[in-house]
Design a protein around this ligand. Structure first.
Ligand SMILES: NC(=O)c1ccc[n+]([C@@H]2O[C@H](COP(=O)([O-])OP(=O)(O)OC[C@H]3O[C@@H](n4cnc5c(N)ncnc54)[C@H](OP(=O)(O)O)[C@@H]3O)[C@@H](O)[C@H]2O)c1
Length: 306
């Protein structure tokens, strides 16, 4: 495992790892494949399946999903498009939430709910074992809403690991103390938190992952579609300047900046478009230098989220 105590420019490193298993540093976040608001089916399911197949053709070997995307819609699309899965494809899901009939996102973090949700994912995806299951907590979105103590939640996932239902445990939407506890108790394969050029508030968690060699997987890497992140990046003069210098797009610059933060930072940009997918996969060819990184430090942070 390669770890670096201090940030160095790691934008051109092509392979990271989940646990001991190598993965391409650019994976695919499947959330955008559901209908509007990540609720119900997309208007053109075949288009969504085409995006998934193209991702695999382009070298994606890490797909991030959840049963509560849709619900069930995204896992069904993945199974329909990709099953039987190519050798080495890592399927990563998250448990700890459910959707109400209006599409609201609610906590479902009691141990028995977590175990049932893992079974739902196994069934929906048509696999016997998940490569990684993230415990999706509510401590950042709605402090106090988590319905069970962290230790009990992690214990439930550790039991499923013992039973062979999952390889690795991850934690998502969590603060530093939770990450530390998870590393020290059950051991984790990734942290999945919101982080981007527009929201750098998770630098302390990223540093802890770097220290332990744990994969850091930023969600909302483009600042979140829910709050206009991609458009805000395109409108930022610092991002636009660096993009022009490289003949790249604003989104490519934002993703390359993330890759430069840590050699085991794995991207899962979400898109429902083949053209955007192809653009995102080309990011490893955008080599930012020290001047670019200094310029991007000037980007004004802005609130992101649902
Ligand atoms: N753990 C959690 O709680 C959690 C929460 C949220 C997300 N996630 C995961 O993280 C993944 C990434 O997050 P996200 O999808 O919400 O990211 P994001 O930062 O919101 O970016 C997605 C948005 O960017 C657009 N986009 C993508 N590539 C683009 C490009 N090359 N040019 C212009 N626009 C582009 C997409 O639109 P188009 O579809 O038009 O390309 C979409 O609107 C999700 O897919 C999901 O798997 C996890």
């Amino acid at each position: 495992m390669t770890t670096s105590p201090e940030p160095t420019n790691t934008s051109s490193v092509r392979t990271g790892h989940l646990g001991e298993k190598p993965v391409h540093r650019i994976g695919f976040g499947a959330m955008q494949l559901a209908g509007p608001g990540v609720f119900g089916p997309p208007s053109d399911p075949e288009r969504a399946r085409t995006v998934l197949r193209r991702a695999i053709e382009l070298g994606v070997d890490h797909v991030d999903t959840a049963q509560f995307y849709g619900p069930d819609v995204v896992n069904d699309l993945i199974r329909e498009a990709l099953h039987p899965y190519p050798e080495g494809l890592r399927l990563v899901t998250k448990v700890g939430a459910y959707r109400d009939e209006q599409g609201g996102w609610l906590p479902a973090g009691r141990p028995e709910q977590l175990k049932a949700a893992v079974e739902d994912n196994l069934r929906g995806l048509g696999v016997e074992r998940m490569d990684l299951v993230n415990l999706r907590r509510y401590e950042r979105d709605a402090p106090g809403a988590d319905a069970a103590p962290l230790e009990d939640q992690l214990g439930a996932l550790a039991e499923l690991r013992e039973e062979g239902k999952l390889d690795l445990i991850g934690v998502s939407s969590v603060h530093l103390d939770t990450v530390r506890t998870a590393i020290e108790t059950v051991g984790i394969g990734q942290v999945q938190n919101p982080y981007s050029l527009l929201d750098r508030s998770d630098d302390d968690v990223l540093a802890l992952c770097r220290e332990h060699g744990v994969a850091y997987v930023p969600y909302f890497p483009l600042g979140s579609a829910f709050s206009g992140g991609p458009a805000a990046l395109a409108a930022d003069p610092h991002v636009a300047g660096v993009a022009e210098r490289h003949g790249a797009s604003a989104t490519q610059v934002a993703l390359a900046w993330l890759l430069a933060r840590y050699d085991n930072l794995l991207l899962i940009p979400g898109t429902s478009s083949v053209a955007h997918l192809e653009e995102n996969m080309a990011v490893l060819d955008v080599a930012l230098d020290a001047d670019d990184l200094a310029e991007l430090e000037k980007v004004e942070p802005r609130p992101v989220g649902h």
